[in-house]
Design a protein around this ligand. Structure first.
Ligand code: ADP
Ligand code: 5GP
Length: 218
C-alpha cells in the first residue's frame, strides 16, 4: 500500500551478515528473508566452488560452480568481492547486487569478514554490517554438530578457523550475540528499520520536504 514515506526515493542498502560458521547467520538470514511483508529483503546468491550440502538447492542457496568458472568470473570483474574460505572459493555476483541497489531494493549478503571488508571499501555508504557471535565456543561446536550437514573433518576446520573470524568483530557496525534466536532476529530487524530511515540514504527526501513546504493550506 503506497503511503507518503514509501514514495520517498531511497537507494537500497547492503545488509552484510558475518559470523564464524555455526553461530546462526544462515538461520537468521532465512528468518529475515521469510519476513517478506515487513522487510522485503532480497538475498544475494553467491557463487561457490564448495560441494553442495544435501539440503541445498543450486541457484537458491548458492550457484555451485567449478574452479575454472570461478576464475573466469573473478578475472572478468563479474564479482564485487571474493574470498577463499575454509579451502573453497566464494564470490558475490556484481550485476544482481548493483541492479537491486539502483532499484531501491535492500539486499542481504551472507559473506565472511574478507568479503565484508571489500564491500566496506568499495561501497562504503551502502553497507550496513552485522557480526553475529555465538554465546560460547562450546555452543558453537554443539551447533556445528547438530546441523549435521558437514563431515567431522569439515567441522574441525571450521572450529579451528572460528577464532580468527571472531577476532574481526571490530570492523563491523553492529555486533550481537545469538543466544536466543528470537531475540537476535528481532535485533537485526530493528537495525534494518533504523538504517532505512537514515537521512543520507534517502535522496528523495529533498523533493518530499520541498513539496511539503510548498503545500498551500485552505
Ligand atoms: P551459520 O550459517 O552461521 O554457519 P546456521 O544458521 O547454519 O549457522 O546454524 C547452525 C546450527 O545452529 C543450526 O542447526 C541452527 O538451527 C542452530 N541455531 C541457530 N541459532 C541458534 C540459537 N540461537 N540457539 C540454538 N541453536 C541455534
Ligand atoms: P558455508 O560454506 O557455510 O555456506 O559458508 C562458509 C563461509 O563463506 C561463511 O562465512 C559465509 O558467510 C561465507 N560466504 C558465503 N558466500 C560468500 C561470498 O560470496 N563471499 C565471501 N567473501 N564469503 C562468502
Amino acid at each position: 500500500m503506497p503511503n507518503a514515506t514509501n514514495l520517498i526515493k531511497r537507494r537500497g542498502l547492503m545488509l552484510v551478515l558475518s559470523s564464524p560458521s555455526g553461530a546462526g547467520k544462515s538461520t537468521i538470514a532465512r528468518l529475515l528473508l521469510n519476513d517478506k511483508e515487513k522487510l522485503e529483503l532480497a538475498l544475494s546468491i553467491s557463487v561457490t566452488t564448495r560441494p553442495r550440502r544435501p539440503s541445498e538447492i543450486d541457484g537458491v542457496h548458492y550457484h555451485f560452480i567449478t574452479i575454472r568458472e570461478f576464475e573466469r568470473l573473478r578475472d572478468s570483474d563479474e564479482l564485487i568481492e571474493w574470498a577463499e574460505v575454509h579451502g573453497n572459493f566464494y564470490g558475490t555476483p556484481r550485476q544482481a547486487a548493483e541492479n537491486a541497489l539502483a532499484d531501491g531494493q535492500d539486499m542481504l549478503f551472507d559473506i565472511d569478514w574478507q568479503g565484508a571488508l571489500q564491500l566496506q571499501e568499495k561501497m562504503k555508504g551502502d553497507v550496513v554490517s552485522i557480526f553475529i557471535l555465538p554465546p560460547s565456543m562450546a555452543a558453537l561446536k554443539q551447533r556445528l554438530h547438530r546441523r549435521a550437514e558437514d563431515t567431522e573433518e569439515v567441522i574441525e576446520t571450521r572450529l579451528r578457523n572460528a577464532r580468527n573470524e571472531i577476532e574481526r568483530w571490530r570492523s563491523y557496525d553492529y555486533v550481537l550475540v545469538n543466544d536466543d534466536l528470537d531475540r537476535a532476529y528481532h535485533q537485526v530487524q530493528s537495525i534494518v528499520t533504523a538504517e532505512r530511515l537514515r537521512r543520507d540514504r534517502s535522496p528523495g527526501l529533498f523533493d518530499f520536504v520541498n513539496t511539503l513546504l510548498d503545500e498551500q493550506l485552505d
